[in-house]
Design a protein around this ligand. Structure first.
Ligand SMILES: *Cc1c(COP(=O)(O)O)cnc(C)c1O
Length: 480
């Protein structure tokens, strides 16, 4: 079994195994003509269940053959131009290269003595991101597993900075279109069930600053402590960007921590044409960025950035075996002092190889392309009487639904749209998401693939109209 340990004696086995795996994936990608095969839970579950984990195959080719059967053939492929569902991007090859290197070397970014140069590379990328945001000279941050963890850590810092009063009085103000990880974080941070105050959004799905001002006043009157305002720069459903300058102004006036959740909108930091949409983000106390959403990076790759690096001390704990105080005094860079995680992947390497290969403008231009595409998609939807589209996109999502000409019953429209989404998924021809708007079912395209064309969008809309039209009791075929 020792031949499977990666070391100086096994480099040939390593090379052959990994190349064979790469060849297998490449062949699969080349042969994939749909984002999904439509495989059902039951059919896949029985194949996975059949595997006897106590009887190993002892052969790379056999392992890959089996993997093809239980996973590769029926995976959901984000690189396909008709995968339009969630915030998953096609990945760039330089990042996949970085991924291969980082898992083989397997540095752990908690301490200098487990990573050396890896820690310095991560720090450079944190500084680079903070600079792009404009957070100023005292900024710092750390890579995380995703936006959920970044939001949690930012809100932990905000809670600690708010002082040590009663947790029951703490409030977080976030728009009603903000991400659910804000509420989850509040729970993990020991806040009350009503700690997150939903601030209304306008028709454009952006937080209303007047409403925020009103809620902040109300907190003051009721002797509550608004420990943070969460502004979303790119809501998950609508891609809407809260009015950052106005929100920042209010946070300054009320002395409230401003967290900007740019998990999605962070791609604008590199955009040659749209950077202005993030104006005001430089006034944040903390920012969440998900490189694995709009920087075309493989999962996971995310970071939390803070204006004042000293606030990261709220996540600092020392262990003699790992990161004793003495090391901090000796200025040995141990990233664990800033992180909620201990053992931690060197995800930063993927961004590094990407930037060194493509440059920031290269990534930003790809993101601009998908935002342009969303604009084209919006025009198609707005001009088509069969569809009702919610809001003109600032980023790259489209929320819409099919409106049957005959059906007067809102519940029937809901069912037809849900049916269309499920039928499309089962066919594997395209994958789209569904969501709710004002209690009604809608469909969603999240466009993150520059290879998707307006023709793809038009074709998927036709498929949706057809499936919705075939839903029992609904007729959508106005033309005939
Ligand atoms: C996706 C998303 C998150 C959560 O990020 P994960 O990386 O999935 O944990 C948080 N906020 C917003 C606005 C998001 O779109």
């Amino acid at each position: 079994m020792r031949q499977h340990l990666l070391n100086d004696l096994t480099t040939e086995h390593y090379r052959r195994s990994v190349v064979e795996g790469v060849e297998r994936v490449a062949a699969q990608l080349a042969a994939t003509d749909r984002p999904f095969t439509g495989a059902t839970v039951d059919s896949l579950a029985s194949r996975v269940e059949r595997i006897d984990l106590d009887r190993p195959l002892h052969d790379t080719t056999a392992v890959l053959d089996e993997l093809e059967d239980v996973y590769l053939r029926d995976a959901v492929y984000f690189h396909h131009p008709r995968y339009l569902a969630h915030l998953n991007c096609p990945v760039v090859i330089p990042a996949v290269l970085g991924e291969a290197v980082l898992s083989a070397v397997n540095s752990s970014l908690d301490t200098w003595d487990q990573s050396a140069g890896g820690t310095l590379i991560e720090r450079r990328l944190i500084d680079w991101t903070a600079q792009r945001i404009g957070l100023g000279p005292a900024a710092d941050g750390v890579f995380t597993s995703g936006g959920t963890q970044s939001n949690l850590q930012a809100l932990l810092l905000a809670r600690e900075e708010a002082g040590t009063g009663s947790l029951a009085r703490l409030r977080i103000l976030a728009s009603e279109a903000s991400h659910f990880s804000v509420r989850k974080s509040a729970k993990l941070l020991g806040l009350g069930a009503d700690a997150v105050i939903p601030v209304p959004v306008g028709h454009d799905k952006r937080m209303q600053t007047l409403a925020l001002a009103h809620e902040l006043e109300r907190c003051r009157r009721d002797d509550l402590v608004p420990m943070a305002v969460v502004a979303t720069a790119g809501t998950t459903d609508f891609g809407s960007i809260d009015p950052l300058p106005g929100i920042a102004e209010l946070c300054t006036r009320f002395g409230t921590w401003l967290h900007v959740d740019a998990a999605y909108g962070c791609g604008l930091l590199l955009s040659p044409r749209r950077r202005g949409l993030l104006d005001g983000i430089e006034r944040a106390d903390s920012v969440t960025v998900d490189y694995h959403k709009s920087f075309f990076q493989p999962v996971s790759s995310s970071a939390v950035l803070v204006r004042d690096g000293a606030t990261l001390r709220h996540a600092t704990y020392h262990a003699e075996y790992l990161n004793p105080r003495r090391m901090a005094r000796e200025r040995i860079p141990n990233q664990v002092d800033k992180s909620l995680q201990t053992t931690r992947r060197f995800d930063a390497l993927k961004l590094w190889t990407t930037l060194r290969m493509m440059g920031a403008d290269g990534i930003g231009a790809l993101f601009d392309e998908v935002c342009d595409l969303a604009g084209e998609g919006w025009k198609l939807l707005a001009a088509d009487p069969r569809f009702d589209v919610v809001v003109e996109p600032q980023l790259s999502t489209l929320v819409f639904r099919c409106v049957p000409s005959s059906a007067a019953d809102p519940a029937g429209i809901d069912r037809a749209n849900l049916h269309a989404r499920n039928a499309l998924f089962a066919s594997g021809d395209a994958v789209v998401a569904s969501t709710e708007v004002d209690g009604r079912h809608y469909l969603k395209f999240t466009l993150l693939n520059p290879e998707t064309t307006t023709d793809d969008i038009a074709a998927v809309l036709e498929l949706i109209a057809r499936h919705a039209g075939q839903y029992p009791g609904e007729s959508l075929d106005r033309a005939s």
